[in-house]
Design a protein. Structure first.
Length: 427
């Protein structure tokens, strides 16, 4: 068997782990022959004296001793885009963990991958060490995927887990995540939901042929959530999770990223801390649930090495298994009917609750459960929480607009969908 020669760009935490494993012979039939990084003199605890060190990463594209380019430098544009584009155009397979690059330039990169019939592998770009890309590309190839979703951001999941376990505020839980290395110094990409949206766009491309585009999906992060919401969710036997999901509907594919109430009987409720999980419903198989490490050098490196191993064994596919021109633009803007969590701050005066329930009923929103907090001495507004029956989005929006006009009795309206309730109905 011929040896697959690897050129690796980026020697950070993930890149150094991949390099070390390759040098230890972890992938049979693959050999690290060249590397490139911004600082060639940095001590990474690895001896690269036998590898060619390229000061310009693009030199690896034309290096006759490199068969596959592994891009682990990161960034949606700039050098990473130039490198991956040039490698594909030159007929060299690419392995990357760069979800931002793929989500931003799916059209161009998938066209290059398909036109030149050269693999673009990105298992490490979604859910870390969970082999969800392989599951969609190979394991479920004979199935019709109806919906896919789950927990795709370990930072948010860690924060929400700590808020529930310790009653911590969002800010305190975030600071704890940063201290432990689960959150970046600037956590905006994670806590805004943007990171999960990039990953979901790649899963939707594989599952449904939907052109990756985070601009067409509603994305809500977790920074607005309070310890009170986490506490109240528990009173309904639920936890709060940031869920990224996409599903087929009659008018197209609906995709979203948003915090949701997840009932404790659901497997997703038991995915804690930095762990990721993906739930897939496909026919004729049924339900599939994948769970594992979603971030960190070890998990991401494992996925990169799996892609390299596939290529070393002669396996590999174009980016999304179809040219970008054949990818669908059938995007639904209508959320499915489902149950909702509504938290209202109601004035502590007679008639506030009755007026609120009347407004909900007049707009076709039926209530399943209600919890109202007891009054403290200085409270002028009291939290009242409703779980609705299955409700379409239009009447719910009308009811919320009417409630927000009742400023004398109601303020701070918070809404969260209930996961799984009506998901997949297409309503």
């Amino acid at each position: 068997m011929s040896v697959l020669r690897i050129g690796l760009v980026g020697l950070g935490t993930v890149g150094a782990t991949v390099a070390g494993r390759l040098l230890d012979g972890a992938v049979r039939g693959a050999e690290l022959t060249a590397v490139s990084a911004r600082d060639r003199n940095r001590d990474r605890g690895i001896d690269f004296s036998a590898q060619h060190f390229a000061d310009n990463p693009l030199d690896l594209v034309n290096d006759d001793a490199v068969d596959v380019v592994v891009e682990l430098a990161g960034g949606a544009d700039g050098m990473a885009l130039d490198l991956v584009s040039a490698a594909l155009a030159a007929g060299k397979p690419v392995v990357t963990a760069n979800k931002a690059l793929l989500a931003s330039h799916a059209d161009a990169l998938s066209a290059l991958s398909a036109h030149h019939n050269v693999p673009l592998a990105y298992e490490a770009a979604v859910a870390g060490g969970i082999p969800v890309i392989k599951a969609l590309r190979e394991g479920l190839a004979g199935n019709d995927v109806a919906r896919i979703g789950g927990i795709l951001n370990g930072t948010c999941n860690y924060i929400l887990t700590q808020m529930a376990a310790h009653g911590a505020s969002f800010d305190d839980a975030l600071a704890d995540a940063q201290d432990k290395g689960f959150a970046e110094a600037d956590p905006t990409l994670d806590v805004s939901g943007a990171d999960a949206a990039q990953k979901l766009s790649l899963l939707a491309a594989l599952a449904f042929g939907l052109r990756p585009d985070t601009d067409v999906m509603p994305v809500t992060g977790i920074a607005h959530l309070t310890a009170l919401d986490i506490e109240l969710a528990a009173q309904f036997d639920c936890v709060v999770r940031l869920v990224a999901q996409a599903q087929k509907q009659a008018d197209g594919v609906y995709a979203e990223v948003t915090p949701m109430l997840v009932k404790n009987g659901d497997a997703l409720a038991h995915v804690v801390n930095e762990t990721n999980a993906v739930a897939i419903h496909a026919a004729p198989l049924g339900d599939l649930f994948l769970q594992g490490p979603g971030a960190g050098g070890g998990a991401t490196a494992s996925a990169v090495l799996a892609d390299i191993a596939d290529l070393a064994q002669g396996f590999g596919r174009p980016a999304f298994a179809r040219p970008s021109g054949e990818m669908s633009e059938s995007v639904s803007q209508v959320p499915p009917a489902r149950e909702w969590y509504l938290r209202l701050q109601l004035a502590d005066k007679p008639g506030s609750m009755a007026t609120s329930t009347q407004i909900l009923a007049e707009n076709g929103v039926s209530i399943e459960e209600v919890v109202q907090r007891s009054r403290n001495e200085d409270d002028s507004y009291l939290p009242a929480v409703f779980i609705t029956h299955h409700t379409a989005h239009a009447p719910l929006s009308q009811a919320l607009a009417a409630l927000r006009q009742q400023t004398q009795i109601c303020k701070d309206v918070v809404t969260l969908p209930v996961y799984g309730a009506g998901f997949g109905t297409g309503e």
